[in-house]
Design a protein around this ligand. Structure first.
Ligand code: SF4
Length: 425
C-alpha cells in the first residue's frame, strides 16, 4: 500500500534553494555517452590519475572497444612548471593525431586539479586548431567536478560545439541533446511524418554534416540539462521553442505540437503523424501504471532530468510527488514541466545532503531516486531506491520508450512489494 505522506514535510512550497555538500558525479562522466554519439570525435581529458580511474570504471565494458577518449595525466613534475605542461600537452596531442587519422574533432576536457585549472585550455585549443586545420578541429570544455555535475559535461561540450558553428540563415529546426541512435531515428521519423525534413541534430554525429545556426534557426532541447547550450543558441540569434520534455505520451505530444505550431503544420497532418503512436504509448503506460498509481516518489538532485520526469510520473502515471530536487533549475528550459508540478510538491534546487536525508526520512516515500552513493544507506533504512544515472543511460524519450520509462520506476516498487510479502510469510 502507498505510504502516508507527512503534510508538514511534503506540502507545496516555493523553490527551496540549498547550497551544501552534494553527492554527484562530475562532468567527465558525459564522455561515456558523448563518444558513442560523435563518431569521429576524441575526448582528451587533461587531468589526474583520479580522472583516468573515473573514466575507466564508468566506461565499464567499453574499455575493450577502440577507445575514443583518454586522459593526458599531468604528473606533479609537469605541473610544477606551466610552460612544460603546455609543451607536454602539445606532445600528447601530436602523438595521438599521428596515430589516429580518423579523429576529426578533438575535445580538450578540463578537470579539477588547481594546476590544470591554471592551464589556458581555450588558447591551447585555438592554437592546436590552427596547427591541424583543416584535418582536425580542436575545442575545449570543462568536465571539472567543481563546475559541473555529470550531465553538465554534455551541456559544456554542446555549448563549445555551438560556439564553433558557422552562421547559417536558412530556416531550419535544430534539436539539441545526445539521444541513442534508435531514439533519434524515431524522432526524425515523427518529424518527417509531420512534414519537417530539414533537422539539424546537435551534437552532430560526424564533422562532415553541414551545420550552421542563425536567426532563422528554431531550436528545441531534447534534454533538460542543456542550460548553457540553450543560452549559447540564443546568443547566436536562434529562436527557442518551449514545451514539456518528450517523456511519455503527453510529454511527447506536447513537445511535437510546439514544433508543429512554430512551423505552421496543419492540425490534420499533425494528428495523422502522432495519434497512432500516442494511443499505443497511452495503452502501454496504463498497464505499467497499475503499479505506480498512488505511490509516492522523492527525487534527490542528480541528473537535471528530475523536473520533467516528475511531471511524467505524476501527470501520466498517477504517482504522488513529495520532493523534486534538481541541481539547477533553468526556468526557460524546464518551465513548462515545472508549472505542471510546482503546486504538488516541494521543489528544491541545489543540495544540502544532510538536510535532504532528514526530509526523505520524514516523507518515507515508496520510491527514492538518488545517486549511487546514497542508494545503499537509504535501502538499509528500508527505502526503495532507483539510481538516477540509469535514467541517463537508458532510452527513455518519445512514444516508443514511454512504457519502458514507467517500467524503470515500477521495477524497484514491485521488488520491494515482493520482499514485503516474502518476509510476511
Ligand atoms: Fe575527480 Fe575532478 Fe577528475 Fe572529476 S574532474 S574525476 S571530480 S578530479
Amino acid at each position: 500500500m502507498p505510504n502516508d505522506l507527512s503534510p508538514s514535510a511534503c506540502s507545496a512550497a516555493p523553490i527551496l534553494k540549498e547550497r551544501g555538500q552534494h553527492e554527484v558525479f562530475c562532468g567527465l562522466t558525459s564522455i561515456i555517452w558523448l563518444h558513442r554519439k560523435m563518431q569521429d570525435a576524441f575526448f582528451l581529458v587533461v587531468g589526474s590519475r583520479t580522472c583516468a580511474h573515473l573514466l575507466q570504471s564508468a566506461a565499464g565494458v567499453m574499455i575493450f572497444a577502440e577507445p575514443r577518449f583518454a586522459t593526458a595525466i599531468l604528473e606533479e613534475t609537469d605541473l610544477a612548471g606551466m610552460a612544460d605542461a603546455h609543451q607536454e600537452l602539445e606532445r600528447v596531442v601530436s602523438d595521438l593525431l599521428s596515430r589516429r587519422p580518423d579523429i576529426k574533432r578533438l575535445f580538450l576536457v578540463g578537470s579539477c586539479p588547481s594546476e590544470v585549472i591554471k592551464i589556458d585550455l581555450a588558447t591551447m585549443a585555438k592554437k592546436l586548431s590552427k596547427k591541424y586545420h583543416p584535418a582536425v578541429n580542436v575545442v575545449n570544455f570543462s568536465g571539472s567536478g567543481i563546475e559541473t555535475t555529470f550531465t553538465q559535461g554534455e551541456d559544456a561540450c554542446l555549448e563549445a560545439v555551438i560556439r564553433d558553428l558557422p552562421n547559417d540563415d536558412k530556416t531550419q529546426l535544430a534539436v539539441l541533446g545526445a539521444l541513442p541512435d534508435v531514439v533519434q531515428d524515431q524522432m526524425l521519423r515523427l518529424l518527417t511524418d509531420m512534414g519537417i525534413d530539414d533537422v539539424l541534430v546537435l551534437p552532430q554525429q560526424t564533422a562532415g554534416i553541414p551545420s550552421g545556426v542563425g536567426k532563422n534557426t528554431h531550436f528545441i532541447c531534447a534534454q533538460p540539462f542543456l542550460g548553457a547550450a540553450y543560452d549559447e543558441m540564443v546568443r547566436r540569434g536562434a529562436n527557442a521553442i518551449h514545451a514539456p520534455f518528450p517523456f511519455g505520451a503527453n510529454g511527447t505530444t506536447e513537445w511535437l505540437a510546439a514544433i508543429a505550431k512554430r512551423f505552421g503544420i496543419d492540425q490534420n497532418k499533425f494528428d495523422a503523424a502522432t495519434s497512432g503512436p500516442k494511443a499505443r504509448a497511452e495503452r502501454a503506460i496504463a498497464k505499467v501504471s497499475e503499479t505506480l498509481t498512488g505511490r509516492s516518489i522523492f527525487f534527490f538532485p542528480d541528473s537535471q532530468l528530475e523536473v520533467p520526469l516528475a511531471r511524467f510520473l505524476s501527470d501520466e502515471c498517477g504517482m504522488k510527488l513529495t520532493e523534486v530536487g534538481s541541481p539547477y533549475i533553468h526556468r526557460a528550459l524546464v518551465g513548462e514541466d515545472l508549472k505542471l508540478i510546482e503546486h504538488n510538491a516541494v521543489i528544491s534546487e541545489g543540495q544540502d545532503v544532510e538536510k535532504q536525508l532528514d526530509r526523505v526520512t520524514a516523507c518515507n516515500p515508496d520510491l527514492t531516486v538518488c545517486g549511487l552513493g546514497l542508494a545503499n544507506p537509504l535501502e538499509a533504512q528500508g527505502l526503495s531506491t532507483k539510481w538516477a544515472i540509469e535514467l541517463v543511460f537508458s532510452p527513455i524519450h518519445f512514444y516508443e520508450q514511454a512504457a519502458d520509462l514507467a517500467g524503470l520506476f515500477a521495477r524497484p516498487i514491485v521488488r520491494s512489494d515482493l520482499l514485503k510479502v516474502g518476509s510476511a510469510i
